[in-house]
Design a protein around this ligand. Structure first.
Ligand code: SF4
Length: 361
């Protein structure tokens, strides 16, 4: 059995920009060392996936011998809801369910039902493969909306990207199912890798223009330690926008809220909205309000972190809510992550960054 990729070392400490001191913010307001609020909790409910996307779970690493987490190691729904409730009390406004592929987690609608009792927006990111089957149940359980990953509109390209021969039509059908039950607005995310699927930028734009769905292009990132990332395979968002603008004139649109990840553009002719997410060429760490809970209860303060904070041990050793609250607040208050601002040739070397499939994108 192939050993799992487990992060071992603590995140790299960074230096602050001139004029910013590493001082604790006033008591009460949960701010990190850069004055950022905690607004978005991303919860990975499984480390498994039925796709093998080349930039996330390359098949040669996540093969049949890969040791996925045994059920006993996963947080139970009750444990997830308890942590989520404490985060909502401390300011979280949005919970995103991720994976791996979250719809592979059995009875996920039961988890959503419990989370829906909290005053929070609940969203989910999926590869869409199970959406036709699950959309109604997800909506009825209280899910607000979905984001669907789709890295190409041409079958051959899409199959090359997901590396399991999964057809575009089934994902499009899943998107249609989500729209039918009102899991909207639907965002469709495409990770663009030069030479692999950048020829899909315009065909995807043509396909989703006027659909009401929001198509977003994500710069290929050096997430985890297994995708062999290279800078020359990144298509900068500015180039993506320029390519689309050449055929369909675009206008810049203001962010919906501070810290919104995507830069928004709309078609000048009213054909709808697109977005670009530019972690590599236009870092947005200064307004990053996201924290991630891994499938087995580790808290990660950055997508590119090397280690997490173990909440599961506290949960399973009878810690009370107050102790959990203090721990969560301490983790956030001690946060100074800004990986995308400090990315260098050295930081991208395969080391021990946590895998995206383990903490969700
Ligand atoms: S690199 Fe880390 S700190 Fe920066 S935006 Fe991404 S998750 Fe936030």
């Amino acid at each position: 059995m192939k050993a799992r990729i487990i992060p071992i070392v603590r995140a790299v400490r960074t230096t602050l920009p001139p004029g910013r001191d590493l001082v604790a913010p006033p008591e009460g307001e949960l701010l990190d060392l850069r004055g950022r609020r905690v607004r978005d909790l991303r919860i990975s409910v499984t480390d498994r996936c039925n796709f093998r996307c080349v930039y996330c779970m390359p098949k040669e690493i996540f093969d049949d011998d890969y040791a996925f987490l045994p059920r006993s190691k996963l947080l139970s729904f009750e444990e997830i809801v308890r942590i989520a409730r404490i985060f909502v009390e401390q300011g979280v406004e949005k919970i995103r369910l991720t994976g791996g592929e979250p719809l592979l987690r059995k009875h996920i609608e039961n988890l959503i039902e419990q989370l829906a009792k909290l005053p929070v927006e609940i969203t989910l990111t999926t590869n869409g493969s199970l959406l036709r089957k699950k959309a109604r149940a997800l909506k009825d359980a209280g899910l607000h909306r979905v984001t669907v990953s789709l890295d190409g509109i041409a079958d051959d390209v899409f199959k090359r990207m997901n590396d399991v021969d999964y057809a575009v039509g089934d994902v499009l059908d899943g998107i249609a199912a989500a729209a039918e039950v009102g899991l909207a607005p639907i965002k469709v995310n495409c990770v663009v890798k030069r030479g692999a699927n950048d020829d899909q930028i315009l065909p995807l734009a043509r396909h989703f223009r006027g659909s009401g769905h929001i198509l977003r292009f994500i710069e290929y990132m050096d997430v985890g330690s297994s995708n062999g990332w290279r800078m020359d395979e990144v298509v900068p968002s500015a180039e993506v926008v320029a390519r689309i603008n050449a055929e369909f004139p675009l206008q810049a649109v203001d962010a919906n809220y501070p810290g919104e990840v995507a830069e928004r553009w709309r078609y000048a002719d009213g054909g709808g909205e697109i977005g670009v997410i530019s972690s590599v060429t236009q870092a947005f760490c200064a307004t990053c309000t996201r924290i991630r809970l891994s499938t087995e209860g580790q808290l990660y303060t950055c997508l590119f972190a090397q280690s997490g904070h173990d909440l599961r041990a506290m949960l399973r050793h009878g810690a009370g809510d107050e102790a959990l609250r203090r721990e969560i607040a301490a983790v956030w208050r001690g946060r100074d992550d800004r990986y995308s601002e400090i990315r260098t040739a050295a930081t991208v070397l395969p080391g021990s960054k946590v895998e995206m499939s383990y903490i969700g994108g």
